[in-house]
Design a protein around this ligand. Structure first.
Ligand code: GAL
Length: 690
């Protein structure tokens, strides 16, 4: 079979291979030259082609102020170049050298209590310090000049990696002043800010911007702005670090490694400042746990979030092939598990999977973190063989590079709503709960191998048939208008409890919820919301004539129950317990050519599955294949030869009916028709003509 090549962009323009490799810290091994020589031999043996160098590597390059020595890094470039490998070069700003911390105390962070944080750990620098900005700019300029365009090593430099897992806040006078300037730019007048934050509360009306205390916990509008400000600071930091790199090496793309649904930063905003997004993920599926499929679905959600972030393939920057020193229990990967985990990332749109880290250090706090090469330096280990097996598979996956799935369902994931909601109401609406509920909705599709994009609020919705808003708390008029247009044009919109409660300043919408006119779109006005303890499971009943055929097992709900009056909507399900018996739990409102469905409560898993099965049937949205429970398929490459990636998350062999189309196994190039068998934790990559 021959297939047209995908015209989509590669993660690395000049390197048409799936990335495989990891963080490499040769600075820790300068005094062990024989170990470094072993790396030269072991890296290609593991099927690795790309290494991230210089993460937290400042002291090796500048051991004291103004004394530079790049020889170890030159040698590492040469070593990796010698077998045709590529380098992702990190800027070392994530860990200040001790000399720098001592000489320039301004560069350190101040915590919430106003205490200067003693030199400690990593990610301990202030975001505003002019001295640190200047030192980092100079260091990045040196790196770009040395390893950029004209050097004999330049062909090996494939990508820049800004710092590492950017995170944290600083409350020093410089950062506070920066916050006050940011507020002034946003609100122009103090009066507008007071109005936005409802500051008459507890006598908080401000007279000047510089009176605002960012640690004050009672004005949630301010706290929401502080979170936006920290994201802005982080983006400004990326821009600062990128400036010399973009100027000196304009053709080298820039990334920075993110951390899934990390609560502190709005990654949709951060992603705009890098060329390629990368995620650090440490899946640890426990195949003995009853929750393994939920864990796998959560990882699928995360991968889809990253692919959707820039609407192009991403890559997995860090994972471990073995156990984790920071997780309890620190279980080893079961046979087949590592291959399955990496294949899952590829299945959802990753164009590379890499490790933290290549070689385990001898000392300090990560010495027992799983790595490709352990302290025995041998390639004859189970972990090394697992990695080499992944490497061998990835080598065969070049045709997949740049390909994307064709998707008709989207879930909106909004960091600002996650913050707005959790800042409003305490533990019942925590940030973790926001994620959980988003995954509740996602997993109904994942289980049935239906592709989903996980998108920001400002994405073009018109390309989807089904749009889901789990707890989209903050909505303004403009967004409400876009949602109405989506429905009127024929889209199916599903929103849950808590959607549309507040405006973008976290003030409750007046005149009935969901606000900004959404109560008319959904044909329901919510009056009260009950939040109950986890053990309180409530009964539901199907309303006669329910157009979604929701009757069946699991007619229950939990955690949160919004209560409202129907205006134009029809109830499909009603509460059947307590004082809210008879009120709508799920309702549907026809608007224009489309439908708006409001789910007022947290439905049981089987019920939500049934609801989405019914909606997708109505919309003619199908799964990639029909598969046994625990086996899922993802698709990439619509239009360019379709690739089907099968993943078996069960401990049993599974027989898969692949249908009548001719398929080819990408690894073995054997044709497959009819049934195939997936071994326990097995996975396979197939292709078929579209
Ligand atoms: C990541 C980090 C790495 C390493 C790893 C350990 O958060 O980027 O440098 O510390 O965790 O799992």
């Amino acid at each position: 079979m021959s297939f047209p090549k995908s015209p989509l962009p590669l993660v690395l323009k000049t390197f048409p291979h799936v990335l495989h490799g990891g963080d490499y810290n040769p600075d820790q091994w300068i005094k062990y030259p024989h170990v470094l020589e072993q790396d030269r031999e072991l890296m290609p043996k593991a099927g690795c082609n790309t290494f991230t160098l210089n993460v937290f590597g400042w002291t090796a390059l500048e051991p004291r102020e103004g004394t530079f020595d790049f020889s170890y890094l030159d040698a590492a470039f040469e070593r990796i170049q010698s077998f045709g490998g590529k380098i992702i070069l990190a800027t070392p700003s994530g860990a200040r050298p001790p000399w720098l911390a001592k000489k320039y105390p301004e560069t350190g962070r101040v915590d919430k209590s106003g205490r200067k944080v003693p030199y400690n750990n990593r990610h301990n620098h202030c975001w505003t310090s002019p001295i640190y900005k200047d030192l980092v700019t100079k260091m990045n300029t040196r790196l770009a000049t040395r390893y950029g365009k004209d050097s004999k090593l330049s062909g090996t430099l494939a990508m820049w990696h800004i710092s590492n897992e950017l995170s944290g806040e600083c409350f020093c006078p410089l950062c506070r002043a920066s916050f006050h300037r940011w507020l002034e730019e946003k609100y122009v007048t103090v009066d507008a800010m007071n109005e936005a934050w409802w500051t008459r509360f507890w006598s908080h009306a401000y007279d000047r911007f510089d009176e605002v205390e960012p640690t004050d916990s009672c004005v949630d509008g301010m706290l929401l702005d502080w979170k936006r400000f920290v994201t802005w600071q982080t983006c400004e930091w990326i821009k600062l670090e990128s400036a010399p790199l973009r100027e000196i090496t304009p053709d080298v793309p820039i990334t920075t490694n993110l951390m899934g649904t990390f609560h502190q930063l709005n990654y949709h905003a951060v992603a705009r400042h890098v060329d390629v997004v990368s995620d650090d993920q440490y899946p640890a599926f426990d195949f003995d746990s009853p929750h393994v499929l939920r864990g796998a679905a959560s990882m699928g959600f995360r991968n889809d979030l990253f692919r959707s972030m820039k609407d192009r393939p991403f890559f997995l920057m860090e994972t471990t092939p073995s156990s984790l020193n920071w997780r309890a229990p620190a279980k080893l990967k079961r046979p087949g598990q590592h291959q399955l985990e990496m294949t899952q990332a590829i299945a959802h749109g990753a164009d590379g999977t890499m490790y933290f880290q290549w070689r385990a250090g001898r000392g300090a706090m990560e010495k027992f973190h799983g790595s490709v090469v352990d302290h025995n330096s041998s390639s004859d280990t189970r972990v090394f063989r697992d990695v080499a097996e992944v490497g061998a598979r990835l080598k065969k996956l070049t045709p997949l590079l740049g390909t994307m799935p064709s998707v008709k369902v989207a879930i909106v994931y909004d960091w600002e709503s996650k913050w707005g909601l959790s800042l409003s109401g305490g533990p019942d609406v925590s940030e973790a709960r926001y994620d959980e509920i988003a995954v509740d909705h996602y997993q109904s599709f994942w289980k049935r191998s239906i592709g989903v994009d996980v998108i920001p609020v400002d994405r073009d919705f018109s390309r989807y048939d089904l749009l889901i808003l789990p707890q989209l708390w903050n909505i303004d008029d403009a967004l409400a208008v876009t949602l109405r247009k989506f429905v009127e044009a024929g889209g199916t919109l599903v929103a849950t409890h808590d959607t549309g409660t507040c405006d973008l300043f976290n003030r409750v919408h007046m005149g009935g919820l969901p606000g900004a006119g959404l109560k008319d779109l959904f044909g329901i006005t919510i009056e009260e919301t009950d939040r109950v303890s986890a053990s309180e499971i409530g009964a539901l009943k199907v309303v006669e004539g329910d157009s979604l055929d929701l009757a069946g097992e699991g007619l229950t709900c939990r955690d949160v129950k919004a209560l409202g009056k129907l205006t134009t909507a029809k109830a499909l399900l009603q509460y059947d317990h307590d004082f809210y018996t008879g009120q709508a739990a799920v309702s549907e409102n026809i608007q224009g050519k489309g439908r708006a469905i409001f789910i007022a409560t947290r439905l049981s898993e089987v019920l939500l599955d049934r609801l989405y099965a019914s909606l997708t049937t109505r919309l003619k949205i199908e799964g990639v294949l029909t598969l046994p429970e625990g086996v899922v398929a993802s698709e990439r490459g619509a239009g360019y030869g379709r690739f089907i990636i099968l993943q078996n998350f069960t401990k049993q062999s599974q027989t898969i009916a692949t249908g009548s189309q001719p398929l080819e196994c990408l690894e073995t190039q054997q044709s497959i028709t009819g049934n195939l068998t997936l071994k326990p934790l097995g996975s396979k990559i197939l292709r078929r003509a579209s």
